[in-house]
Write a protein that binds this ligand. Structure first.
Ligand code: APR
Length: 248
């Protein structure tokens, strides 16, 4: 048995008896689907732009067509990508535990495509647009339009994502916070945990006595139960974890 096998086996015993599992995911869970992180996506043509120009209200006000081009490219790439075994393992996990709250910082929609229900999107979605005037939310729009318009009122649409300096959606944030307070197992997957609330949620859960797993490529904190850490690829580790807990 390797160290990884031992950690997986130990954590699996907590998953098996969990009443409420809360899961927070970040860019790392989609890396194996070929979706670049924000920083990695800023290559080629886009490397000339300050992130502020592409992902802030001020940047959008200055050059909405540029910002729409950036998001259109990312949306097309997300649509072309496929969920990976990590996304599928979480969809499978939801079938085995009484309550699973899945919270993501990703905007790519891959959890939903893998079959996860009720995904909480803290940073919005590439697959939605929002009217700047009436706030209405749209799941399709004229993708060929340089500056898409609201079908209701004709005002400009914007990507329904959270930009630098903007508040997170209130309901999504509250539900995430409640889940961290209520869960008995919390898993943080593929997020560097430097952006709030990703930084706080695992701590809140730990503080309430939950068992916590941090899974990414570069863990630095020292793990001691109830805190577990795994340095590994989500697409390899998560299917093994779910199988160890619930497999035949
Ligand atoms: N499996 C598991 N973890 C991975 C994998 C993988 N295959 N590949 C990368 N990781 C880990 C990295 O080790 C890192 O800890 O995923 C994390 C990615 O960190 P970030 O790029 O900072 O992504 P995230 O935490 O989601 O960023 C938060 O910041 O850029 C903004 O709004 C953007 O939602 C994003 C937020």
């Amino acid at each position: 048995m390797t160290d990884l096998d031992a950690v997986i086996a130990a954590f699996a015993t907590h998953l098996r008896t969990a009443r409420h599992v809360a899961v927070l995911t970040g860019a790392g869970i989609s890396a194996e689907s070929g979706i670049p992180t924000f920083r990695d996506a800023q290559t080629g043509l886009w490397s000339h732009f300050d992130p502020e120009e592409l992902t802030s209200p001020a940047g959008f006000a200055r050059n909405p067509a540029l910002v729409w081009r950036w998001y259109a490219e990312r949306r097309v790439k997300a649509c072309a990508a496929q969920p990976n075994p990590a996304h599928y393992a979480l969809a499978e996990l939801a079938k085995h535990v009484p309550t699973l709250t899945l919270i993501t910082q990703n905007i790519d929609g891959l959890h939903q495509r893998a079959g996860s229900p009720n995904v909480i999107e803290l940073h919005g979605s590439l697959h939605r647009a929002r009217c700047m005037a009436d706030g209405s939310v749209h799941h399709t729009w004229d993708y060929d339009e340089e500056l898409p318009r609201c079908p209701n009122c004709g005002a400009m649409l914007r990507p329904d994502v959270v930009w630098f300096g903007e508040m997170l959606p209130q309901r999504a944030l509250e539900t995430s916070w409640q889940a961290a307070l209520d869960c008995d197992v919390f898993m943080s997957i593929g997020t560097s945990g430097v952006v709030e609330p990703a930084a706080s949620l695992p701590r809140v859960a730990l503080g309430r006595g939950a068992t916590v797993l941090l899974l990414n490529l570069e863990q630095t904190v020292a793990a001691r139960p109830p805190l577990f850490t795994i340095n590994g690829k989500a697409g390899e580790v998560l299917p093994r974890l779910v199988k160890a807990a619930f497999g035949e």
